[in-house]
Design a protein around this ligand. Sequence first.
Ligand code: XIL
Length: 492
Amino acid sequence: MKHWAFTIALLLWAAASAWAQAPGAAPQAVQTDIPSIYKTLAGYFPVGAAIDPADLSGPHEQMLTMHFDGITSTNEMKWSSIEPAQGRFEFGPADRGVELALSHKMRVRGHTLVYATGQQTPSYAFGDGTNSAANQAIVIANIREHIQSEVQHFGDKVYAWDVVNEPFDPSQADCLAHGPFYQVLGKSYIDVAFQAAREYAPAGTKLFINDYSTNEPNRLGCLLKVVGDLRARGIPIDGVGHQMHNAINYPSVPAMENAIETVRSQFPGLDQQITELDVSVYNGGDTKSNYGRSIPASVLAEQGWLYKSTFDLFRRLKGKISAVTLWGIADDDTWLDRFPVVRTEYPLPFDRQLQAKPAYWGIVDETRLPGYGLKFSAAAAKTQSDTRTITVTATNGDAGPAYASQIKSIGLRPVSAEPRCAAAVSAPASFPVSLGDIPTSGTAAVSIAVTLRGCDPHTRFAFTAAWSSATYETGTFSTTLDIDGDSGEPRR
Ligand code: XIL
């Protein structure tokens, strides 16, 4: 090698290794001194993770087996991966995930036999794409052959299948996505898939329909309609998978709860799972924002509190959901880096160096969330004969800053029945009122100016303050305030 070429090669090597060691590139040591997610939740439901081939070795494998007792292959069990050309099967990558899982006594969800939208499905599956009688027979045979081959290959190593993925479309009168299978067979492609799965999978295998945004009333309505129709016609469906690709502002926890409870009340005994949970740090529908590699700590704290509320809900739903699966393990490998646009995402419990984020603590131990332990107190001081200042003080715990803390609203009313006594807030002019970011173990205070009318001396007031921090940490502080001195104005 010529000298200059050698120098360039050396420089390139140096640059490459510097890049490999740059923050964000190399995984740090796996934290082995923190609680296991699945063990922490063992009394509620199993917790799985979607995996890629890269999760089967090294630190990722360690993370996977430490924190999860189930797997779903993100892509390796999809039609295009398993049978890219008709009759040519490539089970290897999926098998490797299954073998790792079973050697650790983890359960395996199969995802997915028929992808309604035709995504990750080879085009031969649809025949010539038409609904001619001849092509219908071909596509039915294709679906049955593919499902038979795949479910028989995995046998009882797979306990549940997403038989049909993403079939709902509320913009269609029949609530069904008019994808390529539908174009050929109408709604009967769903029947064909479930019947084949029941016929060829071992008895007891759970057969699921799986879809996203089931919290949205129109999508939930479609779910109820389609599943109701399948059940009425005796199509063998065992469960509904709620994907839950959530965002930092969407959906609300009550909306998630409503989806599960509505399905449950309509179809008692139908299994339900959360199948693909992740929580984008960007608002739903926002395809422009991009934090790059510098995500504000406040956003991660907010996400942590949202994970906590979400898992509080899941725990309340114990017995009503049979598993929760996260769509990944750590932020170094998430489909949301490419969907709906290319940007840097942070949707999972662990960061790019595989270290625990607030999202992780929100799942396993809320006392470690930034802002945990935020407490309030209040005192009143007389300013003039008929005015008082109420000082509300927030004192943060020692778990980390309490970001974007605020008092959302207050209530102030006399404790005893004094019909003519009233307290009116003269400042601040409106709520919420900000307490800002309160440092770890620090305090912040706001003053509320109050004018009294027609109150007895020493009237005691019931004071309440609804507060929030990091959006999802919320509470209501209540106390009784002694407002000393003369009553406001002389009573008339
Ligand atoms: C995604 C995978 O995570 C990506 O790697 C792939 O490029 C596209 O598919 N809903 C589903 C999953 O049911 O199959 C999708 O998985 C994510 C949305």
